[in-house]
Design a protein around this ligand. Structure first.
Ligand code: HDE
Length: 754
């Protein structure tokens, strides 16, 4: 013990087994692991929620972070060492024979360093390679024991730690965030009954109905194999060839061509479990269920022109937004809602709930709010956490079960399988981010990168030599819902899977005119990139089943006539039977959110000669509302003020942060020319900035006369003095010595931005 205390400890080893024990384990004695500290009661007790009660602190106990503490390394105050713990004297020079001599093979320090470096990369995910993650918790509003025994829903106020990863699908690991694509929304719940992964997307339906087609879909979507283009884009022949020959994709295409596929932020998009899942209560009774995540910040998207430009200006736009929000304490939040229904109710729907190209309209089954997800902490290390996290649809816990959705059934296999290659073997569950907070004991042994040192001679069950341990948990363990199954072995689909257009039409009809215009523009853009004319025509023949106005608007943009609708496998059902006129929740506009400015970026244009005090009062109002106002100008550094003598530091330049990176713009009073006397309207970068703000419909606040600059930016004459309806505000108070800013204009501007 005395020796142990005097030795420099490797905190990983020491923390795992206790310092003395690590050096001198007692034979045959069970060693308490930190996991034993995490029991149901420590997770649940003392963390009631302000939603259900007493208004408590935001960041709670997070058991997943606690278990990661075992392996968190901090080099502060430490010497460099090799992986064997040998201190390194010189990290600048390799070992050579003489100053100019050849390097020596015996330089184990150089060789270890290069060898490790050579193997730093692991294969990227075959889909969803580009992603960003964060830690947080799920908090239940009300217990749901009548529906499910799943641990996260056991008690009001109970918090379950989670790790969440958002992603794009098609692009490689280094591709841009703002491409048109589906977004992944994967949540790992570390429950006391084991890990539950809800691996969803931001769109509630999918392209295909059967796992058998997934490799074909992905091969068609990914860069074409001969020249490896295009990156992170579906706008090419092979994708549209495949989907035009797969009418089941039509509904999903409507969503992907909508603004859902270019979200403003991960914090501002919905998430869906997509498949119909099963909830099972302690009595073994089961109901069917769809999962919905709804952002408290509301659903907001970019415009296509913004998305394209942001991809160049800041390819990490969504990653940065999530990171900065969490660092800034603006913890992103979603509400979890369930649509719960019985098998009998499902039978009565005119679509099959096992078909993942169909959603359950909220008019049929309302969404019941059951809890909230809050992201409170950024990862310490991107690779160790966000890259190595392994989400698997097979990871479910008592209370949750699968249905026979043929897409889900394939996924249950695929996710575990893919980790074997990506993470290098069957022990990926031992990578800290994947380790459950629940105890893990079984007779699985060995394999690449095994971490656990399983003690004793018994690695089989039944056994008597190990006292029968670990033993079967019986009713305390996972029991599959005994769904009755019968039928012939066959490769086929139910007939209701053959109808592909009714819900695509429902989606179209549920969009506002603006959203419809964006859908048309997206189809036009994508299809104009397609080279083979027959593919374009075939897509139009599918759209003709959805809506004639849609089909002809897209066709007009391509200079094509609308072709005959594609032949149908089963006759289209009579419209009145299938088509509710619209489903309110399908429009992005249906969920404006709580009206907060949290994390919204506002450019405060700064020029020599401006009224600094006025700008500062707007800055204060924006900060108070949770926005991120920054002074932006042509050059960094101090500006010479003319009106009030206050010096101002420009924080960011027009070049570094072009217009598309901002949600709104404030133009100062008093700036008509820059320090060189050049009028603002003759500075092209400034004019472009204002033009894009205006074109992208961003709120604009003028603290004085900005007519010349706006005119140069192409703003129509009638709007030069502002138009609140269009989000253009002009402070009424003229430039005056007291520098009073008209508070009404500022608050209208803030309201418009929210
Ligand atoms: Fe995935 N999917 N997928 N997928 N998926 C993967 O797993 C797969 C599907 C989704 O942040 C892969 O670990 C098959 C639907 C997300 O790490 C892979 C089928 C939905 C993520 C895989 C589907 C998803 C993935 C690639 C059809 C929405 C990222 C790397 C049968 C409900 C998770 C990996 C993360 C990742 C297979 C269809 C969502 C290859 C075979 C439907 C969010 O295993």
């Amino acid at each position: 013990q005395a020796l142990a205390a005097s030795m420099p400890a490797n905190r990983h080893k020491a923390a795992e087994h206790g310092r003395g024990q690590a050096l001198e384990p007692v034979a045959g004695e069970q060693i308490a692991t930190p996991d034993e500290l995490v029991t149901a009661s420590t997770v649940t007790e003392g963390w009631s929620s302000h939603k259900v009660g007493d208004g408590l602190q935001e960041t709670g106990y997070n058991a997943s972070n606690e278990s990661l503490d075992r392996v968190r390394a901090d080099a502060t105050g430490q010497a460099l060492s090799t992986n064997q713990g040998v201190r390194i004297a010189d990290n600048q020079n390799s070992l050579k024979a003489g100053l100019r001599g050849p390097s020596l093979l015996e330089d184990f320090i150089l060789r270890e360093k290069l060898t490790h470096f050579d193997h730093e990369r692991i294969p990227e995910r075959v889909v969803h390679a580009r992603g960003s993650g964060a830690h947080g918790y799920f908090e239940c509003y009300d217990p749901l024991p009548d529906l499910t025994q799943a641990a996260p829903f056991a008690a009001a106020g109970k918090r379950t730690p989670v790790f969440v990863r958002f992603s794009t699908v098609a692009g490689e690991r280094g591709s841009a965030d703002t491409v048109r694509d589906v977004r992944g929304f994967a949540v790992k719940f570390y429950t006391e009954d084991g890990n539950w992964d809800l691996v969803g997307n931001n769109i509630p339906v999918f392209f295909i109905q059967d796992a058998m087609k997934f490799p074909d879909l992905v091969h068609a979507l990914k860069p074409e194999p001969h020249h490896a283009m295009p990156q992170a884009s579906s706008a090419h022949d092979t994708f549209w060839d495949f989907v035009s020959l797969s009418p089941e994709s039509t509904h999903m295409l409507m969503w992907v061509m909508s603004d859902r596929a270019i979200p403003r932020s991960y914090r501002m998009m919905q998430g869906f479990g997509v498949h119909t899942f099963r909830l099972v209560n302690a009595q073994g009774e089961s109901r069917l269920c769809k999962f919905h995540w709804t952002p408290v910040a509301g659903t907001h998207s970019l415009l296509w022109d913004e998305a394209v430009k942001i991809a160049g200006a800041d390819p990490d736009f969504h990653r940065r937004d999530l990171w900065e929000a969490i660092e800034g304490g603006l913890h992103p939040e979603w509400e979890l809602g369930l649509q719960v229904f019985s098998e009998e109710e499902a039978e009565a729907f005119d679509f099959d709930v096992l078909d993942p190209t169909k959603l359950v309209p909220e008019e049929l089954v309302p969404v019941r709010p059951v809890g909230r997800l809050v992201l409170t902490r950024n990862p310490d290390n991107f690779f160790a956490e966000t890259e190595q996290v392994a989400f698997c649809t097979a990871h479910i816990i008592p209370g949750i079960d699968f249905t026979s959705d043929p897409l889900l059934q394939g996924r249950i296999h695929s996710y575990v399988d893919t980790q074997l290659t990506r993470l290098g073997g069957p022990n990926f569950h031992e990578i800290p981010i994947n380790t459950p907070t629940a105890q893990v004991h079984n007779h699985q042994r060995d394999g690449m990168h095994r971490q656990v040192i399983a003690r004793g001679r018994v690695a089989y069950e039944p056994n008597s030599l190990g006292g029968g341990c670990p033993f079967q948990a019986g009713r305390a363990g996972f029991i599959s819902f005994p769904e009755p199954v019968q039928g012939e072995k066959l490769r086929a689909k139910p007939e209701r899977f053959a109808e592909h257009h009714a819900q695509a039409r429902l989606f179209w009809r549920s969009q506002t005119l603006v959203e419809q215009a964006h859908v048309v523009a997206a189809f036009r853009f994508e299809l104009s990139r397609v080279q083979v004319a027959a593919v374009r025509a075939r897509v139009l023949s599918q759209l003709a089943h959805v809506d004639t106005r849609l089909a002809s608007a897209v066709a007009a943009g391509l200079g094509l006539p609308v072709p005959e609708p594609a032949p149908l496998l089963v006759p289209a059902p009579a419209e009145a039977e299938t088509d509710p006129p619209a489903s309110a929740g399908l429009s992005l506009m249906a969920r404006p959110g709580e009206g907060s400015l949290a994390g919204r970026r506002v450019a405060l244009l700064s020029h020599a000669g401006m009224d600094v005090a006025g700008m500062r009062s707007v800055q204060a109002a924006l900060l108070a509302a949770g926005a991120v106002p920054r002074f932006i100008g042509r050059r960094l550094g101090t500006l010479e003020p003319s009106l009030d003598g206050e010096a101002l530091q420009v924080e960011v330049t027009l070049e570094a942060a072009p217009s598309v990176l901002w949600d709104a713009l404030v133009l100062p009073d008093g700036a008509v020319a820059d320090g060189r006397g050049l009028p603002l309207q003759r500075q092209p970068e400034l004019v472009d900035f204002v033009r894009d703000q205006y074109r992208h419909c961003k709120p604009l606040l003028m603290l004085g006369d900005a007519a010349e600059l706006l005119r140069a930016a192409g703003v129509p004459e009638a709007l030069l003095d502002g138009d609140p309806q269009l989000g253009l505000f002009r402070c009424e108070a003229p430039r005056d010595p007291a520098l009073q800013i008209d508070a009404d204009s500022v608050s209208s501007f803030i309201a418009a931005l929210a």
